[in-house]
Design a protein around this ligand. Sequence first.
Ligand SMILES: Cc1ncc(COP(=O)(O)OP(=O)(O)O)c(N)n1
Ligand SMILES: Cc1ncsc1CCOP(=O)(O)O
Length: 210
Amino acid sequence: MSDPRCQLYLVTPPSLRNPADFAESLRAALDAGPVAALQIRLKPADDDTLRRAVDLLRPIAQDRGVAVILNDRPDLAQQTGCDGVHLGQDDMPVAQARRILGRGFMIGATCHDSRHLAMEAGEAGADYIAFGAFFPTSTKATSHRPDPEILTIWRETMEIPSVAIGGVTVANAPVLIEAGADFLAVSAGVWTHPEGPAAAVEAFGRLMST
Ligand SMILES: Cc1ncc(COP(=O)(O)OP(=O)(O)O)c(N)n1
Ligand SMILES: Cc1ncsc1CCOP(=O)(O)O
């Protein structure tokens, strides 16, 4: 496959009513087109629930070459064989996580609409920074709404890849791709797509390869 200018980063729904059914949807989605990463983001979930979810979903993703990122929990991410962790501004600081996890572990950081936060995260050792929420979403209560231009400025001035998140759908993704996002992080836009997750991943794949 030619090097796509932007890649798909899937985020699980915030809770899994039926984990076995979700695992089936995940297989179908990952087999439908290129996906770079899967973030396991389950809120709220106790440690046992998180561990069971990682044990179920991680091999499905990793067997297909998809990196598995656990949200919020560097400790569990490392213990359960994930490839990385995503940290928010209220989670463990990136520099501390980097010291604990070492260089081989992927760390992503929420930076809302702030290039200042993104530069700080980069200096602290983040592998990617995430801007959002670009569009309204019911997946998470959000209070920041960056202009897509932040992705253009970031790409032109910084080397760390950017992830664009928040209400991203097949319909509104082109503006973020055009603006220069390296990854689009998508939850509802895939899992609740009217034609199903596999059709959504196929459609994102078409957008990202043209
Ligand atoms: C890729 C990506 N970007 C942003 C977030 C949001 O993380 P955070 O601010 O920690 O909020 P919660 O996800 O914990 O509600 C994310 N998870 N992933
Ligand atoms: C976790 C998160 N952080 C900012 S918006 C958001 C929700 C992403 O889910 P969706 O793609 O359904 O808007």
